[in-house]
Design a binder for this molecule. Structure first.
Ligand SMILES: Cc1cc2nc3c(=O)[nH]c(=O)nc-3n(C[C@H](O)[C@H](O)[C@H](O)COP(=O)(O)O)c2cc1C
Length: 169
């Protein structure tokens, strides 16, 4: 499978460690993994102008870093959203990347999705509810949700759990 991972952290720390473990496992299983560091990109919120659903024919009117992730939305067989929790929700950066798929409705080919979340002390309810609603709406299989809280971040046990999950994909 072609797997696209969106990293919503502006840093290269705890979420990145979860992604690395995922990548190692998925590559061992023979999958192709591309990580898109959306936390460092400039992706605006949707303008609700509906250009994409008219003249734009699936293309967004805004010229920003959405163009860097659109190939992933069009081509991946699996999508992984990975984010720290900021104020009880995924980061604003990943939300923008996530919501801007609106111009094509849903990832074009993805059959599976996973969610990786990192936090200091928890507060995953909103992020997990969003992910479950997204998978239900798109018909994409919810392949797994993984969280790393406080000292679980970068821990051998947590990274091994994520790697083992990816090895079985
Ligand atoms: C702006 C901001 C808001 C945060 N809000 C929460 C929160 O609501 N709950 C929580 O448990 N941790 C919160 N954290 C802590 C991060 O989720 C945690 O440090 C996470 O591991 C960071 O991941 P990263 O290293 O990939 O950036 C917040 C951190 C920042 C910078």
């Amino acid at each position: 499978m072609k797997i696209a991972v969106f990293n919503g952290s502006p840093r290269n720390e705890n979420t990145a460690a979860m992604i690395d473990a995922f990548r190692q496992g998925a590559q061992t299983a023979g999958h192709e993994v591309e990580v898109y560091h959306v936390g460092k990109m400039k992706i605006n919120g949707c303008l609700a102008c509906e250009y994409c659903h008219g003249k734009g024919e699936g293309k967004c009117i805004q010229k920003d870093d959405l163009e860097k992730i659109m190939p992933a939305y069009l081509e991946c067989d699996m999508i992984v959203y990975a984010s720290p929790i900021y104020y009880f929700a995924p980061t604003a950066q990943i939300e923008a990347a996530w919501q801007r798929v609106y111009c094509i409705g849903k990832p074009a080919k993805a059959a599976k999705a996973a969610l990786l979340l990192s936090s200091g002390s928890g507060a995953y309810d909103a992020a997990i509810a969003q992910f479950k609603a997204f998978t239900a709406y798109t018909g994409i299989e919810n392949a797994g949700v993984f969280t790393a809280t406080g000292t679980e971040n970068k821990s051998e046990a947590k990274l091994a759990e994520i790697k083992a999950f990816a090895e079985k994909l």
